[in-house]
Design a protein. Structure first.
Length: 495
């Protein structure tokens, strides 16, 4: 999905040819895994999706003007009010986390300067609190590129019905859209973890096991269309907005394209095989039309398999990358929202990398003691209730997410960072932010909800009072964000 495509619709012949090539490449990938030498040392990386707002804190469909002022590390997203920055891979050992923080801060400043020059302001948040249905119902929400038009057309053609978004918690939001526009509201931070192929299954299983913990800690999307819904509303919105299934197919057990998965794995091949077995291609772009090579040096390009993988949105996605002298495999951890601050982002990264390492090294790993359905239930509970969620954990039973982290998982994360040879002061600094967050029980979601209640305690969705309050909340959020202070230390004062 990161590559340009040549068309926004496809013929039955193109789809048939694509399927044949996809099946051939799956077998080629299997042989490559068994025979080839892969990069076997780990690195980390990060992608960060950002919103653009105007002077009134409304979504500003201005990404092309901003991107004209930026280089190759920045790219468009499906929303015309979104841009993405990419941090190159680096080692986590030593002061790697500090270097990650410095790199993100530098790139974020670059985006902010480009946005300011183009008349926009950058907002780093999971979902814009000021986003509204009329904007997404209008024509300006989408970036005008074939890959996005093709994705929209293919999903709607497969679905055959309007896109229904239905969220309920403290308040209710239900709306039908004629496009996949709600998907554009889901701005995330994506952590990359490169591992040797024989270590991939452990890293992926560990990532799945802690997905609920990550979401509970870092929820930052509690106001979808200005309505108080799930603390991490990105999770259900993303799933609902690009679901190709009708109700009948859902009842038949057809898998959703935004997928947590359904089992622990033994090999990275398991996930690519599931992709081909369960999901029909929705962007059947040929290799030649996409301008992709058959081989990248000694590595098979696997255009068909990689493009197909990019249209199945697993929350922990496997990535095969043929670029470089040796190809490599990585986990793309996609479930965290953007923001609130760079310090929070790097703290989330430290917690994730440390915990995955520690869990992967256990002689009796957590996924051998946790039913996969429990990991899925934890994920949904965390998305709905955020840092107030209760989760299930082996030997502990039902436990508050904050207690689980503070009393059990933080020590494991510290242990994992030691194994990764992270500087102890660096580990203490960023895991100290996680500890502060669970003790204060304040993350981006709880701050936004408390700030809204302070400004307009009795406001109702879709009223002018709520809209004005949301504008004030977002202005204060951006002011707090600019200080760099981690969110757990933000005061509940809205100017």
């Amino acid at each position: 999905m990161g590559d340009a495509v040549s068309a926004d619709s496809y013929t039955p012949r193109q789809r048939t040819t694509y399927r044949r090539r996809l099946e051939d490449e799956l077998e080629r990938f299997d042989r490559h895994l068994q025979e080839a030498e892969f990069i076997d040392h780990g690195t980390i990386g990060l992608e960060l999706e950002l919103n653009l707002v105007d002077d009134n804190m409304q979504p500003h469909p201005n990404n092309q003007a901003v991107l004209e002022r930026l280089g190759d590390e920045y790219q468009a997203e499906i929303g015309s009010y979104n841009v993405e920055l990419n941090h190159p891979p680096l080692g986590i050992e030593g002061d790697g986390l500090h270097r990650l923080a410095q790199g993100v801060e530098e790139r974020l400043r670059t985006v902010q300067e480009a946005a300011e020059a183009a008349g926009s302001t950058v907002a780093m948040v999971g979902t814009l609190p000021t986003m509204n249905s009329p904007f997404l119902d209008g024509p300006d929400w989408m970036t005008q590129e074939n890959r996005y038009a093709g994705l929209n057309n293919s999903i709607l053609e497969s679905r055959g019905e309007l896109v229904k978004i239905d969220l309920r918690r403290e308040e209710k939001y239900v709306h039908y859209f004629e496009t996949i526009a709600p998907e554009s509201t889901c701005t995330s931070m994506q952590l990359h973890l490169q591992v040797a192929p024989n270590r991939f299954a452990d890293a992926w299983n560990a990532s799945q096991a802690i997905a609920g913990v990550q979401v509970a800690l870092s929820a930052n999307s509690p106001l979808f269309m200005g309505t108080k819904v799930w603390h991490e509303s990105r999770i259900p919105v993303f799933k609902q907005s690009i679901d190709t299934r009708t109700q009948e197919l859902i009842h038949q057990g057809v898998r959703p394209r935004v997928w947590f998965g359904e089992r622990w794995i033994t090999n990275v091949f398991d996930l690519f095989e599931e992709n081909v077995r369960y999901f029909s291609p929705i962007l059947p772009e040929g290799r030649a039309a996409a301008g992709q090579p058959f081989m990248n040096g000694e590595n098979p390009g696997l255009h068909y398999l990689n493009l197909h993988n990019g249209t199945i949105w697993r929350w922990n996605r496997p990535i095969y990358d043929p670029n470089g002298q040796l190809s490599h495999i990585r986990v793309e951890n996609r479930l965290l929202p953007a923001g609130p601050t760079v310090a929070d982002i790097v703290a989330d990264a430290a917690f994730y990398y440390g915990l995955v390492k520690a869990l992967s090294e256990q002689t009796r790993p957590v996924w051998s003691r946790m039913p996969f359905e429990t990991a899925l239930n934890n994920f949904h509970a965390a998305a709905k209730h955020g840092i107030t969620a209760r989760l299930e954990w082996p030997t502990l039973g039902s436990i508050a997410a904050t207690d689980l982290v503070e009393n059990h998982l933080l020590d494991l994360a510290h242990s994992g960072l030691r194994m990764l040879e992270v500087d102890p002061a660096c580990a203490d600094e960023y895991l100290g932010i996680i500890e502060g967050r669970v003790r204060a029980k304040q993350n981006g979601a709880t701050w936004q909800l408390a700030a809204l209640d302070q400004v307009a305690p009795n406001s109702k969705p879709a009223t002018s009072e709520r809209a004005e309050a949301l504008t004030r909340v977002l202005r204060q959020y951006l002011a707090n964000q600019a200080t760099g202070t981690p969110v757990h230390a933000w005061p509940l004062e809205v100017q």
